[in-house]
Design a protein around this ligand. Sequence first.
Ligand code: CLF
Ligand code: SF4
Length: 501
Amino acid sequence: MALTLTGQATVDEAAGCSASGCGGSSDQLSHLPAHIREKVHNHPCYSEEAHHHYARMHVAVAPACNIQCHYCNRKYDCANESRPGVVSELLTPDQAVKKVLAVAANIPQMTVLGIAGPGDPLANSERTFETFRQLTEKAPDIKLCVSTNGLTLPDQVEELCRHNIDHVTITINCIDPDVGAKIYPWIFWENRRIKGRKGAAILIEQQQKGLEMLTARGVLVKVNSVMIPGVNDDHLEEVSRVVKAKGAFLHNVMPLIAEAEHGTFYGVMGQRGPTHAELQVLQDNCAGDMNMMRHCRQCRADAVGMLGEDRGDEFTLEKVESMLIDYPEAMRKRADYHAAIEANRAAQKADTGESFVALSSIKRLKRETRPLLMAVATSGGGVINQHFGHAREFLVYEASMTDVRFIGHRKVDLYCSGGDSCGDAETTLERIIRTLDGCEAVLCSRIGFEPWEQLEAAGIQPNGEHAMEPIEAAVAAVYAEMVENGLMEKAPSCDQLQVPA
Ligand code: CLF
Ligand code: SF4
């Protein structure tokens, strides 16, 4: 998301956005027709702004896969949409539907049901489509979403459209079979295992064909790419150009997760993932005028809740079986809840617009300033509402004289979990400080004296003055204050530093 200091969306200045009351990812999408904005405005993955307010859930109904990726071990979860971790509870379609109704009744923010693994949903098409069929009937207020490696996609486009699935993710890591051969050791195609370059070429062709067929039918396609340093990092800009030309709606470049204990080929071989800085550079280079997703949390195949949180434990099969759900009544309550969220979003947008208009006055200072990264502690709702010690992740924003933009998130260990773990607090804090590398301020609702001191000593200025304020407005306000205090002066260039001979 990018907002100018006059409250306008930078990507859409030509669209006649007014000077106030304009903000958020939806503005980034404001050049799109209303029916498309309507499709994404409450999808937490397709709209960055929506992810502050709405939740998603996945049901793990798809165990099998028809390809092998070097970053995957399905003893864990699908790494293209799922953080490798504990094995998912595999569900039948009937069990999955019960779980969805239970979650929707108890987490009213939940707007999207995705099928993303633990294998490939379209390699398990009967289970996947049976789940979708039942949900269309029983929970018509929930959006359906699917993520696939794309191998069988062209053959299943018609079926996807029959089920009104208008959000499809394809994981495309390459468009060059030579690169593909380094990522995919084999695919299973027409009853045979096809290895190396030949298999990768078939996969790529199927992915591209599926993408074209979906976009031709107006389906919103998100492309996920796993950034693998030394393998496809130099290649992903080209991937981005090609998929954009074919009508992809959003590109999500995610960092490789590879640890030896996950038992994946890359993990065992010691293939590293990208640093935060490398990922950001690639995302920026891919961006151009394409929508980039930067808020992906690489969810598990059975994730439940807001992005970044997992409430799956509240909805185990056993617990779901004992819940009595009146879904029509739940649907009415959800509709009221969503109306309240939208009213809140509109109010926040107005506040943010006003703050940005006011902040534009700092331009009069005509100072040469540099951009600044700030970390934000939030538990959702688009406001700064989390104690530093309770944060499991920080959102990172870049502030400059021209805009405030969301950059990504950084996961951290809980600093303050009370009890026994407090003995470890010092090292935990050191790890948090390392994770916030590059950030020069941290905004939270409250913070204790000890972390305050250590953050400050590490060059990260804590700030608890903007509790409950909309995030972007607060980031802009802190930046403006720093500019006014002369803290954001651009470092002199080498030329300026040179002493004449
Ligand atoms: Fe799930 Fe994926 Fe649909 Fe979202 S997740 S199937 S589009 S509802 Fe979202 Fe999770 Fe990232 Fe996927 S944050 S891993 S992009
Ligand atoms: Fe694993 Fe997904 Fe790749 Fe299949 S497509 S091997 S499930 S990461």
